[in-house]
Design a binder for this molecule. Structure first.
Ligand code: WT7
Length: 648
């Protein structure tokens, strides 16, 4: 394995940025951010152009982030209408259904315009207007993109809930944002199996404090429990509305969407993104990070339920007039060649996926890749968690045949778009490093305890960002104090990412993973507190502590220590019952991989659980537990070690 891969000269010549351009633009972007973004804010069509550019403060107690504040625009018009004259007949969205044998759909910009206008008029019929919240609980179908853009068109705020989440998780999100309408489908086919989404919505509404109307997309045609009141079929309503819907003039700082994400406490946070800054940043990162050019076919394999789908399936690519692929299925159905079959079939130029998918496919060997012609690939991307050098190398050699640059993009739901990433024509890559900051991003490494800036290279500590960028989240929905407390309190004057990192002698960033009680399971963020509160909600559970442990495919697996109520007997049956319970409470991604029954948990005398010890035992690294003398009952540790579940 080589240490470093230079961009190839041919690519660098044709790219939006070669090394000299990156260096120059980066310097400009941090020396005078307002001037830099005044220029790049122009990539959008403004109804009323902005005159104010950057008004941001990271001062704890007064955190306020505003970009392009006095400008007005419409996000949907930027993603659709402004392309009509030049590329009305170009494909905007290619939809690839779950079944490989079913026909793909090609939706042109003109067709997209008609679909979105109709959808927007249906929402208006249901009483949705500017500022109202609409929850989307949908499969990966074109209507998910139509619904997002329809909300944007009329100034409503969408909040997508991943279709893999449980009815309870859905109900919590509907309640937190007080949704007026929930958009769902009859069923969601994925990997050959169908989830009855409408059933889940019905269950969620039983436990919800709100009474939203439910708009249903017909995807499978299966039988559903259609309620006499409050349920509407999309196709029936569409037949009654016109396809003329002028876009609303929105302020740059009007909210575009809310997306819930796990943190270190039990309750997911509603991350709020606004219109102008978010769209400019999503579009610009999409263009530069993937070196996207007119005519390219771009494929991000994420689900629109995650921020990656928002920024790099819908908003970034469509703002750039791209052809973007929406894939309903999974990487291994009907077989492990599906990704590559789709790449060949639609002549994909940029392909963007997660390390967990790469590792899963790596395990199936090279034959499923070699079956297909991947010669149209120009850039390969990865996101979601640190990529191990073995997976990076496999991606590079087997998929990219050693000729396609890899962009390892580090970012978060909160950041709206890439913050640390190579640019294909500019940045020499090192397997496992997200490399260098994007334009306008000022990363700093801080000493975890003291918060002091670690100057010079190499450096190690926690990762923070010293100044705002247009794609940054603005607040936590309904709780600005929580926003400040989560991101700006611990290290004053900085945005704290929650990640640890190392900066090497060349100034390259290497993300080492979360330093808070958040774990990363298959590239999905899971607050350990959320899993714990699901476990203790079970009648047989007295106490629970959840930690991550290294997992070959998922990156991290979920390891739960459970103390049972008096009189309850540990058994394999009960383990399964508890795992299924968590799956039902939160969703399949939260299901514990390993459960250990523990008569007691290691606690300090003041009653704080010592997670450091639990992490070590879960890692099977129990020889180096460090100081256990401050524990109230040191002997519980012996039992935990003896009965550890991860014996590798
Ligand atoms: C966390 C954010 C951003 C879209 C997907 C996840 C981890 C993300 C990388 C990367 C190392 C990464 C971080 C981050 N992460 N990308 N390229 N290298 N770690 O969004 O659910 O908000 O999670 O994912 O730990 O904090 P998210």
């Amino acid at each position: 394995m080589k240490d470093s891969y230079e961009p190839n000269a041919e690519m660098a010549r044709a790219a939006h940025a070669d090394k000299a351009t990156y260096d120059r633009m980066y310097a400009e972007s941090v020396e005078d951010p307002a001037a830099f973004w005044a220029e790049h804010g122009k990539r959008l069509d403004w109804i009323k152009p902005f005159t104010r550019v950057k008004e941001t403060s990271f001062d704890f107690g007064n955190v306020s982030i505003r970009w392009f504040e006095d400008g007005t625009l419409n996000v949907a018009a930027n993603c659709i209408d402004r392309h009509l004259a030049e590329r009305g007949d170009q494909t905007a969205i290619i939809w690839e259904p779950d079944e490989a044998g079913d026909e793909a759909q090609h939706i042109s910009y003109r067709q997209l315009h008609a679909h979105v206008c109709k959808f927007a008029n249906v929402l208006k019929e249901l009483g949705v207007g500017r500022g109202d919240r609409v929850v989307l609980y949908l499969p990966m179908i074109p209507q998910a993109a139509y619904a997002m853009l329809a909300c944007a068109r009329i100034g409503a705020v969408h909040s997508i809930v991943f279709a893999g989440f449980s009815p309870d998780a859905l109900a919590n999100r509907i309640d937190d944002c007080q949704a007026k309408v929930v958009i769902t489908a009859d069923g969601a086919p994925r990997g050959g199996r169908v989830t009855n989404l409408k059933d889940n919505v019905n269950k969620a509404l039983v436990n919800s404090n709100e009474d939203p109307k439910v708009l249903i997309v017909k995807r499978t045609g299966q039988q559903i429990a259609f309620r006499a009141e409050g349920d509407y079929w999309l196709h029936e309503m569409e037949a009654q509305v016109s396809n003329d819907c002028p876009p609303e003039e929105m302020g740059a700082e009007d909210p575009l969407f809310i997306l819930y994400t796990s943190g270190s406490t039990g309750k997911p946070k509603g991350v709020v993104h606004t219109s102008g800054g978010y769209l400019a940043y999503a579009a610009m990162t999409h263009q530069y990070t993937f070196d996207y050019h007119d005519g390219d076919v771009f494929w991000c394999t994420a689900d629109v339920g995650w921020v990656t789908g928002h920024s790099y399936i819908v908003y970034g690519p469509l703002a750039n007039g791209a052809t973007t692929i929406m894939f309903e299925g999974v990487p291994t159905y009907p077989d492990a060649g599906r990704f590559w079959a789709v790449c060949e079939k639609h002549r994909v130029n940029q392909f963007y996926t997660a390390p967990t998918a790469i590792r899963a496919l790596m395990g199936k060997g090279t034959e499923p890749v070699e079956r297909y012609d991947l010669s149209d690939l120009k850039v390969l991307g990865t996101v979601g968690e640190p990529i191990n050098p073995e997976a990076w190398t496999w991606y590079n050699e087997v998929v990219g045949k050693g000729r396609v640059p890899i962009v390892d993009t580090w970012w978060q739901t909160e950041t709206g778009g890439h913050l640390i990433t190579p640019l294909p024509g500019a940045t020499a890559t090192k397997p496992g490093s997200a490399t260098l900051p994007f334009f306008g991003i000022r990363p700093v490494v801080l000493e975890a305890e003291s918060g002091k800036v670690v100057e010079g290279n190499p450096a190690e500590g926690v990762l923070a960002i010293a100044d705002s960028w247009p794609g940054q989240m603005r607040t936590v929905w309904g709780d600005h104090d929580r926003f400040e407390a989560t991101y700006f309190q611990q290290y004053k004057g900085y945005y704290f990412t929650g990640d640890g990192c190392r900066r090497d002698e060349d100034g390259y960033y290497w993300i080492t993973g979360r330093v808070d009680d958040v774990i990363n399971v298959s590239g999905h963020r899971m607050g350990t507190a959320e899993v714990e509160s699901a476990l203790v909600a079970h009648e047989k559970v007295a106490e629970a502590a959840v930690v991550g442990y290294p997992h070959d495919v998922k990156g991290q697996g979920i390891y739960a220590y459970v103390t049972l109520m008096g009189g309850q007997e540990p058994s394999d049956g009960l383990k399964k019952e508890l795992a299924d319970w968590v799956r039902q409470e939160i969703g399949p991604i939260a299901k514990p991989d390993l459960i250990q029954f523990a008569p007691g948990l290691p606690k300090t005398r003041s009653g704080k659980i010592m997670r450091r010890i639990l992490r070590k035992i879960a890692e099977n690294d129990y020889g180096a537990l460090g100081d256990t003398s401050t524990l109230a009952e040191p002997e519980v540790v012996d039992d935990l070690i003896e009965n550890r579940q991860n014996r590798r």
